[in-house]
Design a protein around this ligand. Structure first.
Ligand SMILES: [Zn+2]
Length: 477
């Protein structure tokens, strides 16, 4: 980032120097050709040099017209390198900025600029904008080179249609056009079947023996391997896949962690009864051994599934951030910050526990009435932490834990304040962070709603117990 700023400052100086750099396009050419940027070179210097060349090429075309001839092919070459580095390092901001530069240097209608724009919008989660760019790119390519662009377009529209059925006709039309152009292409036919399955039509991908969920998982970015053991038709899990993708984006924005296509998170959808065999009866989600179990079926509302997805993905991301060293109460408190269950539902007036009690495994596995106190209090502590230090504070704390600091040290280093002697010292009261009035706290209704929240929260297990013991101060491994 600093390097990029330095390069921009350099370009500004060049602009001021004016006549002294009358041939910026030639300078750019030299920068790109000597030495060969495709040679083994660490990404950072390569990126800086190529960005510098692009700054010079922009300087050379200050009349607003895209360059022609050699400078144009230099620009396309350099833009492609930056695009690849940005994609490879997951730097979406750079990818988006580079796409804008491609439009300036190549022209907004150039098919390479359109591909970079489409891929950048896709990386940023803007599927409608991505589809628009891919559709324009299809138009600019000769028929024999359209397949990749059509596939990009179909997948972008499928992602939109999963969230908004109004996009289904466009997705179907794009898939039909793909099939018409590539009638013997199995992938094209699979997308044709997939878009019909999304529309709930009988000729579904499943009927054709095609892996609908695998295809759709890939179209959605490939971060999840969703398995359907519910007994429901695959098409009924399409909303679940959309919820997973949405939760992944939201949590990654806050924690900078989450599953990627290179390491997809295994998510098994099971009937509610099956999950009850593995976990206490209130659970409708579970994160264990690097995989997520979700209860989906009769009696589980879409809101509960959505909440469980956010909750379990938050566990997966915080475990990843903290290298598995996140204390139980911190992980639960964090997950409850993100699972979207109404704050008022969490309100309660438990006896305020000390740290030792929060780390007592028996507290987490007891009757719902006992366990309620640790969940509510963990949420209040996490809410207080985020209120005081924001999500960057939470991330810093998890990072310190990852590098083996004990909780007290990690807290002091990450948050710049001593670890509180008790939750009460941290200003945590029963309803803190809930945003709920105290009047809602103690009554029977409060308990009933807190129990509902508990049912959405994930249960504890032997692995979690050891995590609690491990996280207790100096006992940290
Ligand atoms: Zn949980």
């Amino acid at each position: 980032m600093l390097e990029a700023m330095r390069v921009r400052a350099f370009a500004a100086l060049l602009a001021l120097a004016g006549a002294a750099h009358a041939e910026p396009a030639l300078e750019a050419h030299a920068l790109l050709r000597d030495p060969d940027p495709t040679a083994e070179e660490p990404a950072e210097p390569l990126l800086a040099r190529v960005q510098q060349a692009l700054d010079l090429l922009e300087l050379a075309s200050r009349d607003g017209r895209p360059p022609a001839g050699e400078p144009r092919s230099d620009a396309a070459y350099a833009l492609t390198i930056v695009h690849r580095v940005a994609r490879g390092t997951g730097d979406t901001a750079l990818e988006v900025a580079n796409a804008a530069r491609a439009e300036r240097l190549l022209g907004a209608g150039d098919e390479r600029a359109l591909r970079m724009r489409g891929e950048a919008e896709r990386a940023a989660g803007h599927d409608v904008a991505a589809a628009r760019a891919f559709a324009a790119r299809v138009e600019r390519l000769p028929r024999e080179r359209r397949r990749g662009a059509r596939l990009d377009l179909v997948e972008a529209l499928e992602r939109v249609a999963v969230r908004d059925r109004r996009a289904l006709p466009a997705a179907r039309a794009a898939a039909d056009a793909l099939v018409a152009e590539q009638p013997s292409d199995a992938e094209a036919r699979a997308h044709g079947a997939l878009t019909r399955a999304l529309a709930g039509e009988p000729c579904a991908a499943g009927d054709a023996g095609l892996p609908l969920l695998a295809l759709l998982s890939r179209a959605m970015g490939g971060a999840f391997a969703l398995e359907n053991d519910t007994g429901l038709a695959d098409a009924e899990l399409v909303p679940t896949l959309a919820q997973l993708a949405e939760a992944r984006r939201a949590i990654a924005r806050l924690l900078g962690a989450g599953p990627e296509a290179a390491h997809p998170l295994r998510v098994r959808a099971v009937p509610p009864g099956t999950l009850a065999l593995l976990a206490p009866p209130w659970a409708c989600g579970l994160h264990r051994d690097g995989a997520v179990l979700l209860a989906i079926g009769r009696g589980v509302s879409p809101e509960r599934v959505r909440s469980a997805i956010y909750h379990e993905l938050a566990h997966a991301a915080s475990d990843e951030r903290a290298g598995g060293r996140c204390p139980r109460w911190l992980g639960e408190g964090l997950a409850m910050q993100l699972d979207g269950w109404p704050a008022a539902e969490r309100a309660g007036s438990p006896p305020l526990l000390d740290w030792g009690e929060l780390e007592n495994p028996a507290r987490w596995t007891g009757e719902a009435e006992v366990a309620r106190t640790v969940y509510v209090e963990s949420r209040a502590i996490a809410a207080r932490l985020v209120e005081r230090h924001g999500w960057p504070g939470m991330v810093a704390l998890l990072e310190r834990l990852r590098y083996g600091r004990n909780l007290e040290t990690a807290w002091r280093e990450a948050l710049g304040e001593p670890f509180p002697a008790s939750p009460r010292d941290y200003g945590v009261t029963a309803a803190a962070g809930d945003g709920a009035g105290a009047g809602d706290a103690a009554g029977g209704a409060g308990f009933a709603s807190a129990s509902a929240a508990l049912r959405a929260a994930c249960p504890t297990g032997p692995r979690s117990w050891s995590a609690i013991l491990v996280s207790s101060g100096s006992a940290l491994r």
